[in-house]
Design a protein. Structure first.
Ligand SMILES: Nc1ncnc2c1ncn2[C@@H]1O[C@H](COP(=O)(O)OP(=O)(O)OP(=O)(O)O)[C@@H](O)[C@H]1O
Ligand SMILES: [Mg+2]
Length: 1021
């Protein structure tokens, strides 16, 4: 810590203190000041500064001038009569104020005095210090400091913060909750604080910890991510949820605190967002050791007014002893006397003054300070020859003091001149903090003039204080100011006529808009707020949409929906056409956000509302878009409604003369019918021809979801390589709200192609990776579990398959309504099939048929994705059961049904299995010709397509056929082919994989493999 005059520079935490107050400086300006302070009383040339601070980049020397200017402003230094920084023309700068080093004392000793006029707070301060000592020992501390406006929460926390950062090596950061931001800016205070931690000199450790432990947070700071890291990072956070984000930041903070203790301050929690509350709750409840202290301030009154869930959280934490609350009381009269004693050290103010101030202010410190200042301004207290005294008798002051704080503040305001009032009014519209830049435009004045005026007000300690300079996103550096207290701001804002308020909000919104270039969403909610207060509802809604994107980027979908609901309300105030357009856009976005949360029914309802709204307003493009979205959630909960919606989208598109859109919709509609309803050749043709047309039209923007549907269709026709390529390309397309589900859809499609291709080991790997990812994110990995169940059926591990599905049924999923029912329905279908085959193995044919029939019955098992594939598998099972029980007639009837159905599809796997069954029935019926005919049909398919699962079965049956005819050479060759397929499947697994072993030892497989073994044994003998 370096001290110079009334300033203290804390290099470790990148902050400059002026007395009790933190001073804002942009990071580079801070570095320039630090360099000068660390090399005092000698010339520092421009080159030296450039070399030291920008070693590898070219920087215009003018920039240094700009920073020096800003630093002078903050220090209150004058160019012609400097006391801090002297300019040596054409040579450089010299820091001329005396600098002393402040040595860190005993880290536990926080009592050392800081120049502060804080009175009456020794109790609360010592509570904070006790907590801090516990935190230093690894016991995390969550402290709430509560009290009415102006009671001194910020003052207390500031004073403690200073002591703590002077006493020990601590990482400190503060996060501010902002009025009107709650819900619009999820995690705002945490991001604010984290931003500070990433700007300190040892921020390397912070960034590394975020990269390692909290990638979902690192990605919120694009400037910290190197371009080459971005893709890996995005993959890493794929599927991340709010829960994961909360867990990650807790872990990162704990890990960081193990090196250096952390003190976080969250201010004004009565305006907090729900996501930050989740975070506080998690931080408080975790049991890991952490040298971490979080101090939060809030006003109980505003908490009740805003109905914030903070109240519930705090009570709950208190009950469990997980937090400490410090309630600040009003100051007693002796404290006021003490305050006067400190403020006016020399002099003879009458003892009755404290009583008078106490009576009026009722011990509210803000009121107390305002009364004292007022008395100085109006000349009741004067500095007479370095002695303070009253100019009028106490009794005459008494009636002159306004009765309420509000009146007091108004009196102070009215004493300012008209121009000062105008500037402050504009400032009050911007908010508690404002930059001269923001209001210069609103008032059509030069920024320098505004700064001069504000500096002067701040120097006179009137209404505002200068808090430093800050770099704006457009690269400008502007002075920032803060109302001395939020009540000052409120008092001034209340005085404005509504017309003037509206005009000022509008002007400020327009000004801020110039900061928000493309891709800059960080000021979106602020701009939206000003537009809304300026009654510019269209612009407000547009910026709320941006703010919602912001929230979605922070995985805070619930907050995202809340912002969008708010935008929706605004759209009703917008002129009809534009309003409807925005309304549909917002509704569709709400649908996306629900979809991302897994709330399928809500998602479908929002899309439906968007489509209907767009339909009424004649917005065909928007209508088609919303209708085509509906198929995604409905696909999971009610496929028929999804199919109907997409059919309607095609109809609407037909009237639009947009051949590209029509081709897209036709491809999607036909594809969905094929996957969710049943396979029809005509739809396969439509799908293909629409795809070709898109190619001809050079379409590069087909949405990923459409492409994935097409890829599934390819896979089901045996075009595995092409399908795999499409899925591969589909997997990395992320970045949007809905992209996660598309990613899963692509992965799921990939596993279907691989299952058909017998590459079961690859599928198992995908399942395991997917599960690991889901676990990291706290997601339910149901999709991957279903793939494992399917995989096990192909390895003939039917019991294992049923077990996996039973576990799916047992899992308590966090998904909202509808989706769990669908998942359960699919699970029950899978279980019936798996158990059916288990019963078959045991010879319980009647029971097996019962189970299979459950799956075939559309009442018991309503439609789901690829349901027809499973119904056909069940039919094959029934045929098998009759066959085993010797009822050839029924076996033949079902086998024929299965063949007809398989031939309707384009699926080589199903077709090959159908011919294989036919062959066995024919052999049993002793119809040699038919058997020969059928087996050839099956063989032809397995030769042409890579379908080894069907392959081994067809060849095994061919072997039996030729064996029975004593055509041993043919039989042997088929046996070898069957074995080759079996080994191909088995070898797709790792050597030690238990599934490989169980597959190879399954009785039907062993029977074929043993043929060779017997022969080898015979040869050995
Ligand atoms: N203990 C104290 N001793 C002397 N002055 C105090 C004390 N507490 C507060 N003040 C004065 O009162 C003013 C208001 O206090 P402060 O801003 O800390 O209140 P707050 O509780 O944070 O209010 P808000 O709820 O509006 O944030 C301060 O600027 C300071 O001048
Ligand atoms: Mg405060």
């Amino acid at each position: 810590m370096k001290l110079f005059r009334s300033f203290r520079l804390d290099p470790a935490n990148q902050c400059l203190w002026h007395g009790e107050q933190r001073v804002l400086l942009p990071p580079k300006a801070f570095d320039v000041l630090r360099y000068l302070v660390e090399h005092p009383r000698r010339l520092v040339t421009q080159d030296e500064l450039l070399e030291a601070l920008w070693p590898e980049t070219y920087v215009n020397p003018e920039l240094i001038k700009k920073y020096i200017l800003g630093i002078r402003k903050v220090l209150g230094d004058q160019h012609d009569n400097p006391v801090y920084i002297e300019t040596l023309p054409k040579r450089g700068y010299q820091f001329i104020a005396p600098v002393t080093d402040h040595v860190t004392e005993d880290p536990q000793d926080l009592s050392s005095d800081v120049t502060s006029n804080m009175v009456g707070r020794s109790g609360p301060l010592s509570e904070l210090q006790t907590a801090f000592r516990k935190a230093l020992r690894g016991q995390r501390q969550i402290i709430f400091v509560a009290g009415e406006p102006g009671i001194g929460k910020t003052t207390l926390v500031d004073s403690f913060h200073q002591r703590a950062s002077r006493a020990a090596q601590v990482r400190t950061a503060r996060g501010q909750c902002v009025e009107g931001f709650g819900g619009k800016e999820p995690y705002y205070p945490m991001l604010d604080a984290l931003g500070q931690l990433t700007r300190t000199p040892d921020s390397g450790a912070v960034v590394q910890t975020l990269a390692r432990r909290a990638p979902t947070w690192l990605i919120q700071f694009p400037s910290l991510v190197k371009p080459e890291q971005r893709e890996a990072l995005q993959r890493e956070i794929l599927g991340a949820t709010r829960e994961r984000m909360v867990r990650e930041i807790c872990e990162a903070l704990e890990s960081l605190s193990s090196e250096t203790p952390i003190l976080l301050v969250f201010e004004d929690l009565h305006w907090v967002d729900a996501s930050t509350l989740d975070l506080i709750s998690a931080l408080a409840r975790r049991r890991e050791e952490a040298k971490l202290m979080l101090v939060c301030t809030y006003r109980p009154v505003d908490l009740i007014l805003s109905n914030s869930p903070l109240k519930g959280l705090k009570q709950d934490l208190q009950v469990h002893n997980l937090c400490v609350e410090i309630a600040l009381e009003r100051l007693p009269e002796p404290a006021i006397a003490e305050y006067l004693g400190m403020e006016f050290r020399k002099g003879s103010l009458p003892p009755g003054l404290a009583k008078l101030i106490y009576r009026h202010s009722e011990g509210n410190p803000l009121f107390m300070v305002a009364i004292v200042q007022d008395m100085m301004k109006n000349g009741s207290i004067i500095d007479d020859d370095k002695e303070w005294r009253l100019t009028t008798p106490l009794e005459t002051i008494d009636p002159g003091v306004p009765q309420s704080l509000q009146q007091m503040l108004e009196v102070q305001f009215e004493r300012l001149n008209a121009r000062e009032q105008r500037v402050l009014e504009a400032g009050s519209v911007v908010g508690e903090h404002f930059s001269a830049w923001a209001i210069a435009n609103a008032l059509e004045e030069k920024i320098d003039h505004i700064e001069d005026l504000c500096d002067e007000l701040a120097a006179r300690q009137q209404v505002i204080k200068a808090i430093g300079i800050q770099e704006l996103p457009n690269g400008l550096v502007a002075a920032h100011y803060e109302f001395r207290h939020s009540l000052y701001r409120q008092a001034i804002y209340r005085r404005l006529s509504s017309g003037r308020r509206v005009r000022l909000h509008r002007a400020i919104a327009e000004r801020l808009k110039t900061l928000s270039g493309p891709g800059r969403r960080d000021v979106a909610s602020e701009i939206a707020f000003h537009f809304e207060s300026g009654h510019e509802y269209e612009q407000a809604a547009r910026y709320l949409i941006l703010a919602a994107e912001n929230a979605a980027g922070r995985l805070a979908y619930r907050d995202c929906i809340q912002v969008l609901q708010h935008a929706l309300k605004l759209t009703s105030k917008i002129e009809a056409n534009l309003g409807s357009e925005l309304e549909t856009q917002v509704l569709e976005f709400i649908g996306d956000a629900h979809y991302a949360l897994g709330a399928m029914a809500e998602s479908a309802a929002a899309y439906e509302a968007a489509a209907s709204r767009a339909g009424h307003a004649g917005l065909k493009g928007a209508q088609v878009s919303a209708l085509s979205c509906m198929v995604r959630p409905f696909g999971l909960i009610d496929p028929d409604r999804g199919i109907a919606a997409i059919g309607r989208a095609v109809e609407v598109t037909r009237s639009m003369q947009d051949s590209l859109l029509l081709a897209r919709m036709q491809m999607l509609a036909a594809g969905c019918r094929l996957l969710y309803d049943c396979w029809r050749e005509q739809d396969a043709m439509i799908c293909e021809s629409a795809h070709n047309q898109l190619k001809e039209l050079g379409d590069t923007d087909t949405p990923p979801f459409h492409k994935m549907i097409y890829a599934h269709v390819q896979a089901l026709q045996g075009n595995y390589i092409q399908a795999l390529e499409l899925f591969e390309r589909g997997i990395p397309t992320l970045n949007q709200t809905t992209s996660l589900m598309e990613h899963f859809f692509a992965l799921s499609g990939k596993t279907i192609a691989l299952l058909r291709m017998g590459r079961l080991g690859c599928v198992l790997q995908i399942v395991r990776d997917g599960r690991e990812m889901a676990e990291k994110n706290g997601n339910d990995p149901w999709l991957f579990n279903f793939r494992e169940a399917w995989l096990r059926m192909l390895t003939l591990d039917f019991e294992g398959s049923a077990r996996v599905c039973e576990a799916i049924l047992q899992t308590e999923t966090a998904y909202p309504v509808s989706q769990p029912e669908t998942i359960a329905r699919i699970a029950r279908g899978y279980i019936a099939i798996a158990e059916g085959f288990t019963e078959l193995d045991k010879g319980q044919n009647g029971r097996a048929i019962e189970l299979f029939n459950q799956v075939r019955d559309p009442q018991t098992t309503p439609k789901f994705f690829l349901h027809w594939n499973w119904r056909m598998t069940a039919q094959l099972g029934v045929s098998e059961a009759w066959f085993q029980s010797g009822n050839l007639e029924k076996a033949s009837f079902e086998a024929d049904g299965f063949l007809d159905a398989a031939l309707e599809t384009a699926d080589p796997h199903l077709k090959a299995l159908a011919w294989e069954m036919q062959t066995r029935v024919a052999i049993a019926k002793e119809d040699g010709r038919r058997a020969e005919d059928c087996v050839h049909k099956g063989l032809e398919i397995v030769d042409r397509f890579e379908v080894p699962v069907a392959g081994w079965q067809v060849h095994a049956t061919a072997w039996r056929l030729y064996q029975s005819r004593q055509q041993y050479a043919d039989a042997e060759s088929h046996c070898e082919r069957a074995q080759a397929y079996i080994f191909k499947i088995a070898n797709s697994f790792a050597k030690e994989e238990p599934l490989r072993k169980s597959f190879l030892s399954a009785p039907p497989i062993a029977r074929i493999l043993n043929v060779g073994a017997e022969k080898r044994w015979a040869a050995d003998v």
